[in-house]
Design a protein around this ligand. Structure first.
Ligand code: ATP
Length: 356
């Protein structure tokens, strides 16, 4: 039995407008699970439902097999970290971190010991007496994390905790969160719309779309084998061209597109005659001048120097996309040139066409 279970959860803010529908999720103890998806797909709603701030209109939440669905948030023993830190501005660092323990009526010595340990854990020893209004964004988020973990929660819930920080600090804090979670072994549910963050942090990624789970798996698998066009785009694949399945041999489909036959990897089973879209990653596409096997023709629109690479903007028909190449290779390509894209079959994936 999984440690935390969401069973057929449906949640609505307004009558008849379901935000989550029949959501099922099993989370094993000690797992770092990310809810990943675009704005509005229901990530925060899922997190708030686990925390108990929202009550599902249908379904159950189980922790260690016990029904938590009607248990109020303060009795769930879950630590929550929000995007905007949500610290108590009139309290200092120590008082903020101590809050949950005071509510639980621990004695003074115990509180002192646990709070100092949590503050040390997030690297803020020496800041105990400092007002939280006199801390940087990164330091405030560290306080929020210490406040969430000090209660030794069964589950740590984090809602885009890094999105208010600048890019460098975000990377640094991402590592710190990962180390902390591994050290404490806390079952964690983490909301993000940043695929690189989800891949770097998680044991399991849940990709959500319109209140439903689109794909679930470990980061390597979701990154390499997106099962739908939606997940592929979200994981950094680019849509190249549409086609129709002509033949299938083992894990590869032969696709007819623009009077060519292209061999592409299949992730989920496809049928003969099925309409598909071909996807690849910008770095997996080679630009060449000559036609040949597994090549598409395209036209160069522009070149953008990016430091360690050059982005070549191309189009096939009206579809625009980017290929990243080494700066030393870029000189041979120019605007309006007709070129060919060469992609190994392993790096080209065929997925069912979806309604836009
Ligand atoms: N308090 C609310 N009342 C009514 N509708 C809401 C409320 N909060 C969220 N919604 C709606 O529920 C849907 C899911 O929102 P949610 O905040 O869960 O998405 P999200 O994936 O976390 O998005 P974001 O990344 O923008 O935070 C959206 O359509 C949103 O408009």
């Amino acid at each position: 039995m999984a440690f935390l279970q969401l069973q057929n959860i449906s949640v609505a803010y307004q009558k008849n407008l379901m935000i989550l529908e029949d959501l099922n999720l099993q989370i094993e103890k000690g797992t770092f699970l990310s809810l990943l998806g675009p704005s509005g797909c229901g990530k925060t709603t899922t997190l708030r439902t686990i925390a108990g701030f929202l009550t599902p209109i249908k379904g159950k939440i189980l922790l260690r097999g016990n029904d938590y669905t009607q248990i109020p948030p303060h009795r769930r023993n879950m630590g929550v970290v929000f995007q905007n830190y949500a610290l108590f501005p009139h309290m200092n660092v120590f008082q903020n971190v101590a809050f949950g323990l005071k509510m639980r009526k621990l004695n003074k010595n115990e509180i002192d010991q646990k709070v100092r340990k949590a503050i040390a854990l997030v690297g803020l020893s020496g800041f105990e007496e400092r007002s939280v209004t006199q801390l940087s964004g990164g330091q405030q988020q560290r306080v929020a994390i210490a406040r969430a973990v000090v209660i030794e929660p069964d589950v740590l819930l984090m809602d885009e905790p890094l999105s208010n920080l600048d890019a460098n600090l975000r990377l640094e804090m991402r590592n710190e969160i990962k180390q902390l979670q591994e050290k404490l072994g806390i079952t964690t549910v983490y909301v993000t719309h940043d695929q690189s963050e989800a891949v770097a942090l998680s044991d399991q990624i849940v990709v959500m779309k319109n209140g439903k789970i689109e794909q679930i798996g470990n980061p390597e698998n979701v990154f390499a084998n997106p099962e739908t066009a939606f997940v592929a785009k979200f994981m950094g694949f680019q849509e190249l061209i549409k086609g129709v399945v002509k033949q299938i041999i083992e894990n590869f489909a032969f696709i007819i597109t623009e009077n060519r036959i292209i061999r592409a990897r299949m992730i989920t089973p496809l049928k003969l005659g099925e309409k598909v879209v071909l996807f690849s990653r910008p770095k997996k596409i080679k630009l060449v001048k000559d036609d040949g096997e597994n090549r598409f023709s395209a036209t160069v629109i522009s070149k953008i120097f990016q430091g360690d690479s050059v982005a070549i903007i191309l189009k096939i028909g009206e579809k625009r996309f980017v290929v990243e190449i080494e700066p030393s290779q870029a000189e041979q390509f120019f605007e309006n040139q007709n070129v060919f894209l060469h992609i190994l079959s392993e790096d080209l994936i065929a997925l069912k066409e979806e309604d836009e």
